[in-house]
Design a protein around this ligand. Structure first.
Ligand code: NAP
Ligand code: ZN
Ligand code: ZN
Length: 352
């Protein structure tokens, strides 16, 4: 199969920094779209994967699954996108499209396994997929999203993972007027959870470990902000919340948050620490509470989320960096020192 050279940044093993890397992308098949990448958000999953914290990384690894770019070329059968369109690619670039999950628009739960934008099986060229820290990407048209014109392209990039990963559970568990929603951890995902839950009309309570984020929490849309180290303040929320979205990237005490759920409340774990989270049976026997998980979101609901953000003027709060600063960005992310998403300006690749 014909290919074209792509330039990007990759890690070669768990202990090395990201460095310039050239590799091949396929030429478009009839239903493929070729996208020049303008911006790529930096998700904590990129960092977990680059460092092999989940034990499943295929090297060399080119991370990046919050991609916004412009269509440069289309295959002969493409009808949904045109050359010049501002488009986006999230965490998946394909799925079987036939299993019950795919047929329900839940491609992220494809029973044959969805194809991750990076670290997935490349069913066309063989080997594994390479992500958005790169100059261009080739994706089947059904896995390419349209970005509303009203949104800033750089600020829209994090919607493709942080946005959809919080939107999907907020919608599934009915966040809206009359519901009290807790958000744990004000990082990339957490700050989108606050913005989206607020825009959906829920009462939002943010729980953070960072004193420096308290004022921001309110600005982003939280009705109340609680420092999780303040046990008195935590007590006042006991048994009061309908839903908690836990977006913390590191091991932490989830019993503390289960206690804040009212009867039949649900804690949805979306943060993915590399260590198990211990939990006391009494934390969820009490009040018939549930613990759930949620992975990104399907393609149709991703477009729904993008359109909602277009209508409400919602983008991420971002800090734009050149690709050459990615290691410093990872180090700051590990210190929870980012307000609230790094986005790589891919034009910087040319200055490498
Ligand atoms: P992030 O920007 O680094 O934010 C994580 C936040 O968690 C931090 O800002 C901090 O918030 C809090 N935190 C960090 N360390 C903590 C600790 N030791 N104890 C308590 N709180 C701590 O990360 P992200 O990109 O939002 O990703 C969050 C997690 O979601 C990652 O594990 C990522 O892999 C996962 N993820 C899952 C999915 C999915 O499909 N389920 C999709 C994308 C990402 P405060 O400063 O406010 O405390
Ligand atoms: Zn992500
Ligand atoms: Zn499937």
């Amino acid at each position: 199969m014909a290919t074209a050279t792509c330039t990007g940044y990759a890690v070669q093993d768990a202990n090395s920094p990201l460095i310039p890397f050239s590799f091949s992308r396929r030429s478009p098949r009839p239903l493929d779209v070729v996208i020049d990448i303008l911006y790529c958000g930096v998700c904590h999953s990129d960092l977990h994967t680059a460092r092999n914290e989940w034990g499943n990384t295929l090297y060399p690894c080119v991370p990046g699954h919050e991609i916004v770019g412009r269509v440069r070329g289309v295959g002969s059968g493409v009808t949904r996108h045109q050359i010049g369109d501002l488009v986006a690619v999230g965490c998946m670039v394909d799925a079987c499209r036939e299993c019950p999950s795919c047929r329900e628009g839940l491609e992220q739960y494809c029973q044959k396994g969805m194809v991750g934008t990076y670290n997935g099986d490349d069913n066309v060229l063989g080997g594994h997929t390479f992500g958005g820290y790169s100059s261009h990407i080739v994706v089947p048209e059904d896995f390419v999203l349209q970005v509303p014109d009203s949104l800033d392209p750089a600020g829209a990039a994090p919607l493709l993972c942080a946005g959809i990963t919080t939107w999907s559970p907020l919608r599934r568990w009915g966040a809206g007027p009359g519901k009290k929603v807790g958000v744990v951890g004000l990082g990339g995902l957490g700050h989108m959870a606050v913005k989206l839950a607020h825009a959906l009309g829920a009462h939002v309570v943010l729980f953070t470990t960072s004193v420096s984020k308290v004022a921001d929490g309110r600005r982003l849309g939280a009705d109340a902000v609680v420092l999780s180290s303040d046990s008195q303040a935590m007590l006042t929320y006991q048994s009061s919340l309908d839903l908690i979205i836990d977006a913390v990237s590191a091991p932490h005490d989830i019993d503390l948050y289960l206690d804040l759920l009212g009867r039949d409340g649900t804690l949805v774990q979306i943060g993915a620490p590399d260590e198990p989270l211990p939990v006391s049976a009494f934390s969820f026997i009490t009040g018939r509470r549930s613990i759930a998980g949620s992975a990104i979101g399907g393609i149709a609901e991703t477009q729904e989320m993008l359109d909602f953000c277009g209508e409400h003027g919602i983008t991420a709060d971002i800090e734009i960096i050149p690709i050459q600063q990615i290691e410093q960005a990872y180090a700051r992310m590990l210190r929870s020192d980012i307000k609230y998403r790094f986005v790589i300006d891919m034009a910087s690749l040319k200055t490498a």
